[in-house]
Design a protein around this ligand. Structure first.
Ligand code: FES
Length: 74
């Protein structure tokens, strides 16, 4: 399924949406299950920002460390 088709499906859109912010994190909106490297899962709902630059000290979450860096410009 193409990414554009995923967001046209109302049921999926109501559950979860992921936006790639320009020179910023992945913004996840909706209900998700986040599984850490130990296999422990945690239910989340609302808006969370996931780091895609690798600089956050609070991974997988964005802590704003991407600001002032050119990592996401490449
Ligand atoms: S994207 Fe924000 S700290 Fe990595």
């Amino acid at each position: 399924m193409k990414a554009t088709n995923i967001f046209k499906n109302k049921n999926i859109m109501e559950q979860t949406k992921i936006a790639i912010l320009d020179k910023g994190p992945y913004l996840v909106q909706g209900k998700i299950t986040l599984v850490n490297k130990e296999g422990v899962s945690e239910e989340k709902e609302g808006n969370i920002a996931l780091c895609r630059c690798g600089l956050s000290v609070n991974k997988p979450f964005c802590d704003g460390a991407h600001k002032g860096s050119d990592v996401l410009d490449r």
